[in-house]
Design a binder for this molecule. Structure first.
Ligand code: PLP
Length: 677
């Protein structure tokens, strides 16, 4: 796969074509095979000229997929010609030509904001193709403004810019003479060269002169160079300074860590330039893919207003708009939004809210019920209602007591053989506790439908609904921790929707900003909110708040994230992909060490066992989950296991083709690693 550059300009008629040709020829003289592509051409013969001069042999349909006769902006020209534009055709041609040539020169149309299609300008095409841009600028008066505007816009739009070339320099007037130095001073990218004006440039002789000038004046190596981060140095410094979460640092210090440098769509790129499919949505947070235009722009726009202002005593616009929009889509009955920064704090807030609420109601309800295998975060309160021994036992002395009830872990349910009504039996403990002690119980906290962190334990249908009815019956609050299952993960916006449950308190975090920024929200009902109202001196205030509560940048990202669900019909498009995933997983069952496959929407856990018949587990020292994920990395997919459970949690925006890549890599990795054990 070759490298590529997108030649754009500060305006039309600045000399993009001729510079594309001259650069191509100069590269050829260096022994580098340069290809050429012009996705859109409106009138003129740029493509023919370039094809002839550069000796291009590729099919014209690839070199110039779209041609219109009228000398207009492509959007206007193709609309008038009633021609439909299919971007896929352009992406296909681009990828094809990139494969064939060492270096591909893609020429734009006019400048960055020239419309190509409805709501689609040249900058969008550069973004989608993910090519670095080269800006061609005029030499004379006016170029400072045009060039700096182009650069600023490119940056704000998230484009990479290799540099600027000034074309047609005569040195006749004072503006031309002073412009290069001023540009060097004001540009944030290099001025890669100044090309003198060449007479009759379309003639053989003229072009030859221009190529010579390119060789003399343009830093071609800078164009060819792929910026690579110094991986070795980064790794050394990471190991020297950074302590990673949930990581045995001894292993880390002995290992070869990947350093992620950038991302696009469903893929992450490491500091050596390798791309990997993000198979766990950057730990369950990413929704619409990385570098999603709408979210990028929303954050950038907010950045131009205010990055942070406090919610303690003041309001801010994105937090108001987001709260309104979340309440619109939340289970009916939830009316208020309390912000924080992460899932653990969202849960911490839920617990304190429930606890204090009952004090204001003059009851003695002070205890909580949680589930075995529950995970609600890592702060001390959240750990107290957690049920994963491994994560929690070290901190036992710090925790408050809480009732634990069975978790619907059907694969390892000891009662399964005895009780035909499996699932419902899990609620026996809950019923008993509520019957005996409901007057001292403040709330039941659950991860509805899927207990994620303990290995994607999917509940049988109906249990959650029954829990909610029991809570109502005994006047106990229901806290739904939808940090993992919320924001579309189960195929529905909230898991609670799937069983028609409105919890008293609902926690969202992970996917709320589309995977962009830390933000969480604890939603509750008018009734609970009202319980905190009173005179100032009565001290019924909810005494909780984090410094960055309701951060405007994070709320702006979340707003755009919710908007995208509507605009892109994310949940609708998810349905066939969930089915595709389900179908793809069927084949895994034939693997010798796959014990159980659990799926709810876009959450998948594949439990590996040493012995399928006895369900014997792999020992810790075998690190089987870790080894499978390491193997998957060799196949270009990033995964992160939960013990012996392999997790698949791709971004909701993943394509079917990418899903196939994910399934194939996971299958091969499991087969390879477990066939020796
Ligand atoms: C991840 C998670 C949390 C904790 O969220 P953080 O943002 O990591 O603090 C809480 N509850 C559930 C269900 C989670 O999956």
């Amino acid at each position: 796969m070759g490298k590529s550059i997108f030649i754009t300009a500060t305006d039309t008629g600045v000399g993009k074509t001729i510079i594309s040709c001259a650069i191509g020829l100069a590269l050829k003289k260096k022994g580098i095979d340069a290809g050429y592509m012009k996705p859109f051409q409106c009138s003129g013969n740029d493509t023919d000229f370039a094809v002839k001069v550069l000796g291009i042999k590729d099919d014209k349909k690839l070199v110039n997929p779209y041609y219109a006769k009228a000398p207009l902006a492509p959007y206007v020209a193709f609309k008038r010609a009633k021609a439909k534009i299919d971007l896929e055709k352009i992406f296909f041609a681009y990828n094809e030509l990139k494969k064939r040539h060492e270096f591909l020169i893609v020429e734009g149309a006019g400048g960055l904001l020239v419309p190509l299609m409805e709501s689609y300008v040249v900058a969008d095409l550069i973004r989608d193709l993910d090519i670095p841009a080269l800006i061609v600028a005029r030499a004379g008066l006016g170029t400072l403004n045009h060039t700096l505007l182009t650069q600023r816009y490119a940056f704000d739009y998230g484009l990479k810019v290799k540099g600027v070339i000034i074309n047609g320099y005569t040195g006749k007037d004072i503006a031309e003479k002073t412009n290069p130095d001023i540009l060097k001073e004001f540009l944030e990218v290099p001025l890669l060269g100044v090309l003198p004006y060449v007479k009759d440039v379309q003639s053989k002789k003229g072009l030859r002169t221009l190529v010579k000038k390119v060789e003399e004046n343009i830093d071609l190596d800078a164009l060819l160079q792929e910026e690579k981060s110094p991986t070795k140095k980064l790794v050394v410094e990471d190991k020297k300074y950074v302590w990673h979460p949930f990581t045995q640092m001894k292993d880390w210090l002995e290992g070869e860590p990947l350093i992620i440098e950038e991302a696009k769509g469903s893929y992450l790129k490491d500091s050596d330039g390798r791309w990997y499919l993000d198979g766990v949505s950057s730990l369950w947070v990413n929704v619409h893919g990385h570098r999603k235009k709408e979210i990028d722009i929303s954050v950038a726009r907010q950045l131009s207003k205010v990055a942070h202002s406090t919610l303690l005593g003041l309001g801010n616009i994105p937090s108001i708009e987001l709260a309104r929009e979340i309440i619109k889509i939340a289970p009916k009955g939830l009316a208020k939004v309390f912000y924080s920064d992460n899932g653990s704090t969202a849960v911490e807030i839920a617990l304190k809210m429930a606890y204090q609420y009952w004090q204001h109601r003059n009851t003695a309800k002070t205890k909580f019920i949680h589930l075995e295998n529950a995970y609600h975060g890592d702060t001390v309160g959240s750990v107290s209602v957690g049920g994963i021994d491994l994560f929690h036992k070290a901190y036992k002395g710090l925790l408050f007591d809480s009732y634990a009830i069975d978790s619907p872990y059907c694969y390892r349910c000891p009662k399964k053989k005895i009780y035909p009504l499996c699932g419902r039996e899990c609620l026996g403990g809950l019923k008993e506790i509520l019957e005996c002690d409901h007057s001292s119980i403040a709330a039941l906290i659950v991860e509805p439908l899927v207990q994620a962190a303990s290995g994607m334990l999917v509940w049988p249908d109906g249990i959650y609904k029954e829990m909610s009815e029991l809570c109502k019956k005994y006047n106990v609050l229901l806290i739904a921790d939808e940090v993992a299952v919320g924001m579309g993960r189960t195929g529905s916006m909230f898991a609670s929707d799937l069983e028609g449950v409105t919890p008293d308190i609902l926690c969202v975090a992970k996917g709320i900003t589309g995977g962009y920024l830390p933000l969480a929200a604890t939603l509750t009902t008018q009734n609970i909110f009202d319980g905190f109202l009173g005179e100032y001196k009565g001290q019924k205030t909810f005494f909780h708040g984090h410094t960055y509560t309701g951060n405007p940048l994070a709320c702006a990202a979340a707003r755009a994230n919710l908007e995208l669900f509507k605009k892109e019909k994310t949940l609708e498009k998810l349905k066939p992909k969930i089915q595709f995933l389900k179908k793809g997983l069927e084949g895994f069952m034939e693997l010798k060490h796959v014990g159980d496959i659990r799926q709810k929407g876009f959450m998948v856990g594949i439990e590996l066992v040493k012995d399928k018949r006895t369900k014997e587990q792999y020992g810790w020292e075998e690190k089987v989950g870790i080894r499978v994920c390491q193997k998957a990395r060799e196949y270009g997919v990033i995964l992160r296991p939960l013990g012996n459970v392999i997790v698949l949690m791709p971004p909701l925006s993943i394509s079917q083709e990418e899903l196939k890549q994910l399934l194939d890599a996971a299958y091969k990795a499991i087969r390879t690693v477990t066939s020796y054990s």
